[in-house]
Design a protein around this ligand. Structure first.
Ligand SMILES: *[C@@H]1O[C@H](CO)[C@@H](O)[C@H](O)[C@H]1NC(C)=O
Ligand SMILES: *[C@@H]1O[C@H](CO)[C@@H](O)[C@H](O)[C@H]1NC(C)=O
Ligand SMILES: *[C@@H]1O[C@H](CO)[C@@H](O)[C@H](O)[C@H]1NC(C)=O
Ligand SMILES: *[C@@H]1O[C@H](CO)[C@@H](O)[C@H](O)[C@H]1NC(C)=O
Length: 512
């Protein structure tokens, strides 16, 4: 089924059409009857959604991890340290929501990062909690210092970051230095399972930033040692294309266990961080840049793929050994933005152009569905298109393999990078359309919820979960697309004073 985006019509529509009818009143911006909303109005609509989500969480779920917005209950999938609060901090900061900033930084000193009854993921804890606190510290000890009512709470962001890292650091005590990911703090043990490319390769930015802020080099040394196995992968069969790796890693030896991968979940942010480490500090991390270039070149050469029914559309395939696998995911849609960022900082228009092609492909996954939101996963292998999706595949260029939407950010994230690099307001319109589709279909009860089916009107059913990255990522990238220039915005010209971790927490780049 196809659907013509009204923004593609290039006309100004009256308010009744410019917002889907089921957007709740509390999110409707004060639009002029005859015009599209201004950027200021769009930025305010994102702030309104942020405040509504925060109020629901703070009322019904704080200091738990997540809000269940349908039942107004609390969920604790991240060790009950207040994941949504810590993940929301850097967004509250860039939106300058002073009351919420102070609610969060008063909570953080009270967290006991030594105690939890549930399994701790080294990766998730690093990107959400450590990343959120470090970013908060960078902002509140820097350009947004005015927003903190109590300076002691700012200092606590850094001491709590050290406490958390110190509690986590036994994970690296392995024969190879590749950490365990799944930890039990109560017994200082782990679940014995091997680790993976994304979960090992998405620690280094946070742990190095912490080392640079505190002067404790151990944090950097631990993460860099683990990363060393990913920069020189072994055996060579685990690198089926130069720079593109397998995903399983033996914790005892640091050797790769397979040759399957792509820019997909389980691998994704390893590639993202290669170029971001070089942005963070070009002196120390030139090898990371070189490895990113190898991966980018191989991806353009071997993984760029065009569906038979829509040959003008570009998707990035995954692979099983040297054989491309024509599947992708919402998660993988960060790839366009990462190619654009790499192209900007390296002065490589070819990477920017390829990134924009990938951004277009992910945009197609949004415009094709009944809700205007792309699915969790999809493929474009004609042999695997189910009979009941043949017409959909013919029209859209993909078939849906998992129709859920969990408030993920990657498509909007890449639209943001496309806008920053090109200045083309088309990408702002894409963010606005996506933001409206997401808010219209996920708004329920006291917040916004994951939904089960992006390809039926209304999104199927609410699965009653408001992810913490809704605060950290979706709302931040949406807001920044329409916000004023600021030093933390992604550079328009390849120069960046800040770099975003994979959870969209901005860190100040290293300045010596
Ligand atoms: C773990 O974190 C808590 C505070 O969050 C701290 O009191 C404790 O000392 C930390 N443990 C270690 C081993 O650093
Ligand atoms: C530096 O970090 C390591 C690793 O977490 C920790 O064991 C050590 O106590 C820290 N050193 C200081 C002086 O805080
Ligand atoms: C899809 O396209 C193919 C090839 O053009 C065609 O044979 C088939 O009938 C189409 N299927 C549907 C359901 O439109
Ligand atoms: C949850 O909270 C919202 C907002 O306060 C309210 O409208 C809704 O009725 C509540 N739902 C339940 C099940 O209590």
């Amino acid at each position: 089924m196809t659907r013509i985006s009204y923004l593609a019509l290039g006309v100004l529509l009256p308010v009744a059409l410019a917002l889907p009818a089921n957007v709740p009143r509390d999110l409707k911006v004060n639009q002029r009857q005859t015009g599209a909303p201004t950027n200021q109005e769009r930025a305010q609509a994102v702030i309104d959604a942020f405040r509504l989500s925060w109020e629901g969480y703070y009322t019904y779920a704080f200091p738990g991890d997540e809000l269940k917005p349908v039942t107004n209950e609390s969920s604790n999938s991240r060790n009950q340290w207040g994941a949504s609060a810590v993940d929301a901090l850097s967004t509250a900061l860039v939106m300058q929501q002073k009351d919420i900033v102070n609610q969060i930084i008063e909570h953080i000193p009270t967290i006991n990062y030594g105690k939890t009854n549930s399994e701790v993921s080294l990766f998730e804890t690093t990107i959400r909690y450590l990343g959120g606190m470090i970013s908060g510290y960078d902002f509140l000890s820097g350009p947004l210092a005015d927003l903190a009512e109590n300076k002691a709470n700012v200092d606590a962001l850094l001491t709590q970051s050290q406490h958390l890292a110190n509690n986590l650091s036994y994970a690296f005590e392995t024969a190879s230095g590749v950490p365990w990911n799944n930890l039990r703090f109560d017994t200082r043990s782990n679940d014995g399972s091997n680790n993976g490319l994304a979960t090992v390769g998405t620690l280094v930015l946070e742990w190095v930033r912490l080392a640079d802020l505190t002067g404790n080099r151990t944090y950097a040394a631990l993460a860099e040692k683990a990363q060393s196995y990913l920069l020189a992968p072994s055996p060579s069969s685990s690198e089926p294309f130069p720079g593109l790796l397998g995903m399983g890693i033996d914790v005892k030896t640091g050797k790769f266990l397979d040759a399957e991968g792509g820019w997909v979940g389980g691998a994704d942010s390893f590639y993202e961080y290669l170029i971001k480490m070089w942005i963070y500090d070009p002196e120390r991390y030139s090898l990371y840049r070189d490895r990113w270039i190898l991966a980018a070149d191989s991806s353009i050469k071997h993984l760029a793929s065009h569906p038979s029914s829509r040959p003008e559309v570009t998707f990035l395939a995954a692979y099983k050994g040297p054989k491309p696998d024509l599947v992708s995911q919402h998660l993988a849609c960060f790839d366009g933005g990462n190619f654009i960022l790499g192209g900007q900082v390296l002065g490589r228009q070819d990477y920017i152009d390829f990134g924009l092609e990938l951004v277009n492909g992910c945009h197609e996954t949004y415009t094709a569905t009944a809700t205007g939101i792309g699915p969790e996963s999809f493929n474009w292998d004609p042999a695997r298109v189910p009979a009941d999706q043949a017409a959909f595949y013919n029209a859209s260029g993909f078939s849906i393999t998992n129709a859920g939407y969990q408030l993920r950010p990657e498509v909007i994230e890449s639209f943001y990078y496309a806008y920053r690099a090109t200045g083309d307001t088309k990408y702002q319109d894409w963010v606005w359309t996506a933001f409206q589709a997401v808010t219209a279909n996920t708004r329920v009860g006291s917040g916004f919820s994951s939904i089960s089916n992006v390809n039926v009107a209304g999104g199927g059913s609410f699965t009653d979960f408001q992810e913490s990255f809704w605060f950290a990522e979706v709302l931040k990238y949406s807001y920044l697309t329409f916000a004023d220039e600021a030093e933390w915005q992604v550079g328009k010209d390849g120069k960046n004073a800040w770099v975003f971790n994979t959870e969209a927490h901005p860190f100040k780049v290293y300045q010596g």
